[in-house]
Design a protein around this ligand. Structure first.
Ligand code: NDP
Ligand code: 8X3
Length: 256
């Protein structure tokens, strides 16, 4: 019988994280450990996932990855049966603002750096000891096209995703002796709550980002992650850049 792997997804309350959870629930090969700040959304998602797969083993909990003490305590106090983790998907992340660097907002900068870089580090440090117990360990870091190139006004968000790119490479080296696979998935435009968060809740401005083109869907990314996880033990996909057909670079898009 196929081994059931435990997958921990950060930022599972919407977008790419929630879509991965739904796909994995359908596939029936995984136990799911899900966190985000909006626990009410995770509880609704848990109900939906149990409708998709009534025998799914799932544990959801509230976590702000920016808070190092909270990360350490929540992960250390997970129920014993959830302390063997096979797969960590470092997905929690956000962009805030899209302004020239001289006009940037310090609060926006702090939130991006604290979530996308420091949060990813806090969670990874806390979870790696559990992954080291697995004989099938895998860390998937959600980077971005913004970690491969820089676009106008993307300054600090791009810097955080360049840091994810570097940390992804560093983790692969440091975890080599443990046999833990490390993969970066770097998407271009994916239609999620991402732009609404970037524009501080301005729904009209967020919607305009995707006007006249077919952006990637969160399911497109979830399917790619499922493929990456399904490779045989001796195969690792190190780094993957995936764009909508209508997007050639961080800032060059073809609209109808
Ligand atoms: P969403 O805004 O839909 O989802 C982001 C998720 O991250 C939410 O579940 C949110 O949950 C969670 N999150 C944010 N901050 C924290 C925090 N401090 N602690 C815990 N969870 C947090 O956007 P996406 O699904 O698009 O984003 C997922 C990842 O994909 C991000 O890392 C993003 O940078 C990356 N990405 C997105 C692209 C896009 O175009 N959409 C393209 C390339 C990369 P909650 O608010 O409940 O805490
Ligand atoms: C999110 C995609 O193009 O805004 O990482 O950088 S983009």
């Amino acid at each position: 019988m196929q081994e059931v792997r435990t997958v921990f997804i950060t930022g599972a309350s919407s977008g790419i994280g929630a879509s991965c959870a739904k796909l994995f629930a359908q596939e029936g090969k995984y136990r799911l450990l899900l966190c985000a700040r909006r626990i009410e959304k995770l509880i609704l998602l848990q109900d939906e996932l149990l409708t998709i797969n009534p025998s799914l083993q799932i544990h959801v909990f509230q976590l702000d990855v920016k808070n190092s003490d909270e990360v350490k305590e929540s992960i250390a106090s997970l129920p014993e049966e959830w302390k063997k983790i096979d797969v960590l998907i470092n997905n929690a992340g956000l962009s805030q603002g899209l302004d020239p660097i001289q006009n940037g907002d310090l609060g926006d900068w702090d939130r991006m750096i604290d979530t996308n870089i420091k949060g990813l580090l806090y969670v990874s440090k806390a979870v790696i000891p559990f992954i080291q117990k697995s004989n099938n360990g895998h860390i998937i870091n959600i980077g971005s096209i913004a970690g491969k190139e820089v676009y106008a006004n993307g300054n600090v968000y791009c810097a955080t995703k360049h840091a994810v790119d570097a940390l992804n490479k560093a983790m692969r080296i440091d975890l080599l002796k443990d046999g833990i696979k490390v993969t970066a998935i770097n998407p271009g435009m994916v239609e999620t709550e991402f732009s609404e968060v970037r524009f501080h809740g301005d729904k009209e401005r967020a919607k305009a980002v995707y006007d006249g083109l077919s952006a990637l869907t969160p399911l497109d990314i979830a399917e790619i992650i499922s493929f990456v996880l399904s490779r045989p033990a001796h195969v690792n996909i190190n780094d993957l850049l995936v764009m909508p057909t209508a997007q050639a670079s961080g800032s060059i898009v073809q609209r109808k």
